[in-house]
Design a protein around this ligand. Structure first.
Ligand code: TEU
Length: 579
């Protein structure tokens, strides 16, 4: 898999600035707040942070709509604060990644303002402008029927210059025209080199698969007859020039020896391998979406939960197996994540978030994460076992533009009460909002996130009195202290836990997940055996064939001792290591 690099062993902790820690009482997280918690982040066992966008932005999409790549969003702090954060990380031996959002910018960015000012502006071609289509009745339509990722048409009409511009996300996020060389160069200088010069250690690359579009903009097939705009992921992901663009920016990253992780929705495993090959560096690793898309109807409706028969544990396990083995025999490198800012909480999605089961669930999933090969990503709050907020939150409590537009789309098509009820249930299971509530630092008012009398910008999850950092820090049996132990174990035995070959033992079981991790093909050297019970009852399990003749010791267990060698208690997880 190519020469070993620092980032292969990294544990990367993602920080969502708005919700991490407020330091000045305005109800919004900020950079000084992050600095005050760097020692905490380090205590989890993470050695790198990934900071979601902190750039100046009108915040239509929480900063993924950037108005200035070289300025900080004022409520988050100043450039001096950002410099202090970079320094503060490095002083503690932490590395820092920024979020690189260059498929689009904000409609408030000066480049777009210039572009939209007239058809002959020198920056007109930096964005994607197309004339309208008119039907027989003279009614105006967008250039094609694509639906944006957030429910509406992917095209917005511009009154002044009488053309449409493309936005694969919301109206305020115009897509750059990557076919324009001058535009690419400006992006590289302003969004990439500027930050590498400042000393950041790399980037998480937003929507790295969407830069290249089929420039003839064909219509997408009609899947949803009730609406004009159709999902078109297969058309705008992985377009014709994508690899050239990725190589072009890849050269810049290489000059600075930085790491990159590209977000790659809709990629096949084969495509992932190609994007991350050490011999043709387009990115150091990518986020493969198979696991985070598990159980939702990605092709048609991101927010729709699939029926239970399509969400069986055996199907989840097949995804884990395929993901863990897809790089075998290649020089590519994977990442592993259970959570991020775009998906609901893992305990609620993959295990059991009932009050009596969530602690065990959190530890069991930590056991899974600690023993997956690839660079490991944790998302803020995951390490204390945060669960989705309650299902009875009002729709007004949801703040994400994705959820809001989804609701609007239902209204626009005149959905029935039953459709609204189902949509509410789906949002309560899958909305991005669940990941974006303030971090639960303590049982104090507003979960210790802010001192603002009016409270934080987004409602605190009702669970904060039971799930919070302060109480878990003191409790040896907490999810937090289990994560700390699990990350320590992973780091110590990174050869098998983080780099080993994965062999599943019980592919058909809908109750347990048992696998071996091997340091070599024949299992001659060190091995680990991981046994997880996803049910709330006691179940029997057996050891994989690779364990034969090995002296296995229990290295980590959610329930402390191994209790009964042949059985797993409800939601128990164990890692055994060969002596
Ligand atoms: O997300 C890209 C993306 O593909 C999303 O549509 C994703 O599938 C969706 O959020 C799942 O619910 C990235 C960022 O991670 C996201 O936060 C931004 O909103 C988006 O790009 C636009 O920049």
């Amino acid at each position: 898999r190519g020469p070993k690099r620092w980032w292969q062993d990294a544990i990367i902790y993602q920080v969502w600035p708005a919700s991490f820690q407020d330091s000045n009482g305005d109800g919004m997280g900020d950079i000084p707040g992050i600095i005050s918690r760097l020692d905490y982040i380090k205590s989890t066992g993470a050695n790198t942070i990934w900071l979601s966008p902190m750039y100046d932005s009108p915040q239509i999409d929480m900063g993924y709509d950037i108005a200035d790549y070289n300025a900080i969003y004022p409520p988050y702090g100043t450039m001096a604060d950002m410099d202090a954060l970079i320094k503060g990380c490095h002083e503690r031996g932490l590395r820092i990644l920024c979020d690189l959002v260059i498929n689009h910018c904000s409609d408030q960015h000066k480049w777009f303002q210039e572009s939209r000012s007239s058809k002959d502006n020198p920056k007109r071609d930096w964005f994607i402008w197309r004339p309208a289509k008119y039907d027989a009745d003279g009614k105006r339509h967008p250039p094609n029927n694509w639906r944006s990722c957030f429910s509406e048409s992917a095209w917005e009409w511009d009154e002044k210059t009488q053309e449409y511009y493309l936005h694969l996300f919301v109206v305020g996020q115009p897509d750059f025209n990557w076919t324009n060389e001058e535009c690419r160069k400006a992006i590289i200088d302003s969004a990439i080199k500027y930050w590498l010069e400042k000393g950041v250690d790399g980037f998480r690359i937003d929507t790295a698969s969407m830069y290249s579009k089929p420039m003839d903009f064909p219509d997408a097939p009609v899947i949803d007859k009730d609406v004009e705009h159709q999902p078109a992921f297969h058309l705008f992901c992985d377009g014709p020039q994508l690899e050239d663009y990725l190589r072009e920016i890849g050269k810049v990253f290489a000059q600075y020896d930085s790491m990159t992780v590209g977000e790659f929705p809709n990629a096949t495993f084969e495509r992932s391998v190609r994007a991350t090959s050490a011999s043709d560096p387009q990115m150091s690793m990518n986020f493969h979406f198979s696991l985070c898309d598990f159980g939702r109807d990605v092709e048609n409706d991101l927010y729709r939960l699939l029926p239970a028969e399509k969400r069986r544990l055996s199907q989840f396990k097949e995804i884990i197996r395929a993901h863990q083995t897809h790089v075998e025999g290649t020089d590519s490198w994977p990442s592993f994540f259970l959570e991020n800012h775009d998906i609901a909480r893992a305990i609620s999605r993959y295990a059991n978030d009932a009050p009596e089961h969530r602690v065990a669930s959190g530890k069991m999933l930590a056991t899974l994460a600690a023993s997956q090969s690839g660079t490991l990503f944790l998302y803020q709050g995951q390490e204390i076992g945060t669960v989705n907020f309650p299902k009875d939150w009002d729709i007004e409590d949801y703040q994400d533009i994705g959820s809001i537009n989804y609701w609007k789309m239902l209204k626009a098509k005149g959905a029935s009460q039953q459709e609204f009820d189902t949509a509410k249930l789906n949002l309560s299971a899958l909305a991005r909002d669940h990941a974006r509530t303030p971090v639960q630092w303590s049982a104090e008012q507003h979960a210790g996130f802010t001192t603002n009398a009016k409270g934080p910008w987004m409602k605190v999850n009702d669970t904060y009195k039971d799930i919070n950092v302060a109480s878990q820090d003191k409790d040896a049996g907490s999810v937090l202290n289990y994560y700390r132990k699990a990350m320590q174990l992973r780091t110590k035995h990174i050869d098998v836990l983080g780099h080993g070959l994965f062999r599943i033992h019980d592919p058909k079981s809908d109750e347990t997940l048992v696998y071996a991790k091997l340091s070599d093909e024949q299992a001659k050297g060190k091995i680990a055996v991981v046994a997880l019970n996803f049910t709330t009852k006691e179940v029997a399990f057996t050891l994989p064939a690779e364990a034969k003749g090995k002296n296995l010791d229990l290295a980590l267990g959610t329930h402390g001792d191994a209790h009964d060698e042949g059985k797993l208690r409800p939601l128990e997880g164990r890692i055994y290591l060969s002596a």
